[in-house]
Design a protein around this ligand. Structure first.
Ligand SMILES: Nc1nc2c(ncn2[C@@H]2O[C@H](COP(=O)(O)OP(=O)(O)OP(=O)(O)O)[C@@H](O)[C@H]2O)c(=O)[nH]1
Ligand SMILES: [Mg+2]
Length: 141
């Protein structure tokens, strides 16, 4: 799998998605520090929310092949400024989480405004959209 860094606000669903992608049982764990697994780098939401911690994401992006920006379908705002992807010299994809809770359209628009060309829609509980994302993250032979 392509090494992928998950970035998004506290509670957006990064760790849940990580568990689903790894085919582990879903159980709530607050991410307290960078979870540096085999191919998924799961960041604490505070790294994206607190200005002084953002540098950690920049450093971990160098370890990754893909940076994934996550916004929940029911979020009222986006943490990611327009065209932020040009700050990253890795492929940046968008993931709309919790599509069981609201229409993904607004979150997808924010992700596209931030520069994500590829955007996935995920419901981690029913696993809707997970196979498509997993196939995309698979390394081609
Ligand atoms: N309805 C719904 N809830 C979800 C989904 N994905 C995650 N959640 C719930 O959202 C809550 C927060 O999920 P986490 O995966 O811990 O969020 P996180 O982004 O890792 O949060 P931090 O570790 O604090 O950065 C949990 O209660 C999850 O069960 C989803 O697709 N649908
Ligand atoms: Mg987490």
């Amino acid at each position: 799998m392509k090494k992928t860094l998950l970035v998004g606000r506290h509670g957006v669903g990064k760790t849940t998605l990580k568990q689903v992608l790894r085919e582990e049982p879903i159980h709530y764990v607050k991410t307290q520090c960078m979870d540096y697994g085999d191919w998924l780098l799961d960041s604490p939401g505070e790294y994206a929310e607190v200005h002084g911690l953002g540098a950690a994401l920049a450093i971990y992006s160098y370890e990754a092949e893909i940076v994934a920006l996550l916004i929940s379908a029911d979020d009222d705002y986006s943490l990611f400024p327009p065209n932020i992807t040009c700050m990253v010299n890795r492929e940046v994809i968008g993931i709309v989480t919790k599509i069981d809770k609201a229409s993904p359209d607004r979150a997808e628009n924010w992700l596209r405004l931030s520069g994500c060309e590829k955007v996935f829609h995920i419901d981690s509980h029913s696993k809707k959209g997970v196979n498509e994302l997993k196939a995309y993250l698979q390394k081609q032979a």
